[in-house]
Design a protein around this ligand. Structure first.
Ligand SMILES: Nc1nc2c(ncn2[C@@H]2O[C@H](COP(=O)(O)OP(=O)(O)OP(=O)(O)O)[C@@H](O)[C@H]2O)c(=O)[nH]1
Ligand SMILES: [Mg+2]
Length: 325
């Protein structure tokens, strides 16, 4: 900032006023510093306007620095909560997530719900439903959602993990029970400005009669199942899944994709009858199309991404407050 303004400029602690028209933080950022009023006609010498075309990372770095110097932020006369700007906003892991939090700088969730409470019931219901449609996106963008690969031993989970990351990150082996840890890697889903980051996690495929280290691996997998955004269940076409694995599938939301893998081997069980919903089929020659189909399925469930300035509930407490309207 000193370099931008000239090395000798004495910068006093002041106030950052966010320009409401510059919320596309992934494209540019406009910071205005004012010692006076930002009204039209104010003495232009009291205003410094900085346009940074450096992307979200630059915006985040500048904001962190300014906060450390004791600057405060406001937007349209309303103070921006330090909580939102310093923690949540700065943790945005994609331009799309930054956009969601930037929408908040123009008006908080609580204030918006307050306005809704004042509406006539029919109107309120309509707005509630409109906001509710973005709930899933809020879950995805508020942090880094976990996309877990789970299923029976030796079904090809680690092979799929490596294929998705396009590198040999974990050992895939014909001996059942190869993976013992949760192995994670960031993975981008979606394209361009609408892409977001998930944590792809490979897990152990051991379930029943687990002892010693196997038991610990099963416990870790089960804990991961409870916190996963989506689980991709991978089954072996030549080996029927156990009742415990099918019960674990039934315990999770019905959005979890199912994959019948190793379809190049002779099928020994009627997957259409045993699996609870339609599944994708895969074998080594169809790996690329399987990954594309999985991504399509995951994105298709979410629907179109929230537009610029769309308020989205980003925590369970906010979703609960919306439901309670
Ligand atoms: N025939 C065939 N073999 C496959 C396919 N996908 C993976 N494999 C092989 O199946 C074996 C097991 O694959 P992994 O990826 O290690 O399976 P996993 O589910 O991670 O196994 P665990 O970690 O032991 O639970 C390896 O030898 C793979 O090369 C497939 O589509 N067809
Ligand atoms: Mg494995």
């Amino acid at each position: 900032m000193r370099r931008l303004l000239g090395a000798n400029t004495a910068l006093e602690v002041g106030k950052v006023v966010l320009n409401r028209n510059s919320f596309a933080f992934d494209e540019c950022l406009c910071w205005c510093r004012s010692t006076g009023d930002m009204q039209e006609g104010a003495d232009p010498r009291t205003v410094v306007e900085i346009h940074l075309h450096g992307g979200f990372g630059v915006a985040a770095a500048l904001r962190t620095w300014l906060h450390k110097q004791g600057w405060t932020e406001e937007c349209e006369g309303q103070a921006v909560s330090a909580d939102l700007s310093q923690q949540t906003f700065l943790q945005a892991t994609s331009p799309l997530a930054a956009r969601i939090f930037a929408a908040r700088l123009g008006g908080s969730w609580d204030r918006h719900l307050q306005k809704l409470r004042a509406l006539a019931p029919a109107q309120r219901q309509g707005e509630k439903e409109r906001l509710r449609a973005w709930n899933d996106w809020g879950k995805v963008l508020a942090g880094v959602p976990k996309l877990l690969l789970a299923g029976p031993p030796n079904a090809g989970k680690s092979t799929l993990f490596n294929a998705w990351l396009q590198e040999r990150r974990v050992t895939a082996n014909e001996a059942a029970g190869t993976t013992r840890d949760l192995v994670t890697a960031p993975l981008r889903l979606g394209q361009g400005a609408e892409a977001f980051v998930v944590t792809l996690t490979d897990s152990a495929g051991v379930w029943e009669q687990a002892k010693g280290i196997d038991q610990a691996a099963v416990a870790m997998t089960k804990a991961a199942l409870a916190s996963a955004w989506r689980v991709i269940w991978v089954f072996d076409a030549a080996e029927a899944p156990s009742a415990q694995i099918l019960a674990a599938v039934a315990d999770r939301p019905a959005h979890d994709p199912l994959v019948l893998n190793r379809c190049d081997r002779a099928a020994t069980w009627p997957a259409e009858k045993v699996l609870p919903r339609p599944f994708l089929r895969a074998e080594p020659s169809s790996q690329a199309s399987l990954l594309a189909a999985l991504e399509r399925q995951l994105l298709g469930q979410l629907g179109p991404a929230p537009p610029i300035n769309q308020l989205v509930a980003t925590s369970q407490a906010e979703r609960d407050a919306l439901e309670a309207l």
